[in-house]
Design a protein around this ligand. Structure first.
Ligand code: UT7
Length: 328
């Protein structure tokens, strides 16, 4: 009997209703639709404006939609992992709040903080519980409410990010599922992309608020270079390790941070853009939300047995690539 695999048996995405266009951003900050489109590929992003809503409310929508689609019942969820850097609160975690809101009364859960690579890290972590046979239905949520930590007077960050994400269900399968993953990190990259205050290093104070240290800080150019290198090398190593040529891969699913990063990675891998999932123009960079949002958008084009490689790079630095076979 073959090894038990953890297969994705459903995906459901959610983005808030409000659409912030490049044109509207032109009225908020010194930028232009032309600059944003040509330098990032982004045309619009969705922003959470519903009164009283937080990350867990978006998560609730994702998981409820996922349960409806797959026919799974909330009480059947054994484990719920939420990848996010913009949870409802610093603590407790957001996974258990989502579980409470959807009625997943038998699940345990926790958050994973790996920025844009969070979904990849959470997918591998959840898969281990399914592969071991200890847990049958595992939900992986990847989402972020980036608008809650953006400075809308900083044109270098506020034009890039958006809110949203998605959830997948993992279940045992003897044919298809997560095949392999390479997950990497380098804490030395922490100074290039972070939120300086609000943690134990720099607790919140009038001073940190005045200095705008509760917002995303990014030194874009070094992050751009590291992202290209990290994703290209993780995908190359993963393909080599699994004796796969690029021609055998049906879909490449890259983190959606910048269309120029996606194009450069595809070109370095000599991978045709027709088989690269791209939706950055609609959502911007939703951090832990980009990969499930891609799977959700392209779901109708996927079929059982498709070979898919996901790859991401983000704050930490964190990065990696996951090879899976689609189950339905
Ligand atoms: O998802 C997590 C990982 N993050 C990433 O992968 C993001 C990686 N970095 C990037 O995608 C790009 O570096 C950015 C999109 C953040 C910036 O693009 P860039 O081509 O690297 O621009 P830059 O920072 O080198 O700035 C070029 C010019 C500057 O003006 P000067 O100094 O040449 O006069 C900026 O001030 O563009 C200016 N600029 C803008 N102009 C209009 C920066 N942001 C804007 C803006 N609108 N929004």
């Amino acid at each position: 009997m073959g090894k038990i695999k953890a297969a994705i048996t459903g995906v459901h995405g959610y983005v808030p209703d409000y659409i912030l266009t490049n044109k509207e951003l032109e009225t908020i900050v010194d930028t232009s639709d032309e600059w944003i489109r040509t330098r990032t590929g982004i045309e619009q992003r969705h922003i959470l404006k519903q009164e009283g809503w937080a990350a867990s409310d978006m998560g609730r929508e994702m998981v409820n939609g996922l349960l409806e689609k797959t026919g799974a019942k909330p009480e059947e969820i054994d484990l719920l992992i939420c990848a996010t850097i913009t949870g409802d609160m610093v603590f407790p975690d957001t996974a258990n709040t989502i579980a409470d809101k959807v009625g997943a009364i038998n699940s345990f859960g926790f958050d994973i903080n790996a920025a844009c690579s969070g979904f990849l890290y959470a997918l591998s972590t959840g898969a281990k519980f399914v592969e071991s046979g200890s847990h049958k239905k595992v939900v992986i949520v990847g989402l972020d409410v980036m608008s809650s930590i953006l400075d809308y007077s900083d044109r270098t960050t506020c034009v890039i990010f958006g809110d949203g994400g998605g959830a997948v269900l993992l279940e045992a399968n003897d044919t298809y599922g997560i095949e392999d993953a390479i997950l990497k990190s380098d804490g030395n990259g922490r100074n290039f992309l972070n939120m300086p205050a609000g943690g134990s290093k720099l607790p919140p104070s009038a001073e940190t608020v005045k200095n705008k240290q509760h917002y995303v800080f990014q030194d874009g150019r070094p992050v751009f270079k590291a992202a290209v290198k990290g994703m290209s090398s993780a995908v190359t190593d993963l393909l080599n390790r699994n004796n796969l040529s690029k021609d055998q891969i049906d879909w490449l699913v890259p983190h959606q941070a910048n269309i120029r990063i996606i194009n450069t990675v595809a070109s370095q891998l000599d991978f045709p853009l027709e088989r690269v999932m791209i939706n950055i123009q609609k959502y911007g960079n939703t951090t832990a939300g980009t990969l499930p949002l891609c799977l959700w958008d392209y779901e109708s084009q996927l079929k059982a047995g498709d070979k898919i490689v996901l790859t991401a790079f983000g704050g930490g630095f964190t990065w990696g690539a996951t090879y899976l076979t689609w189950a339905y």
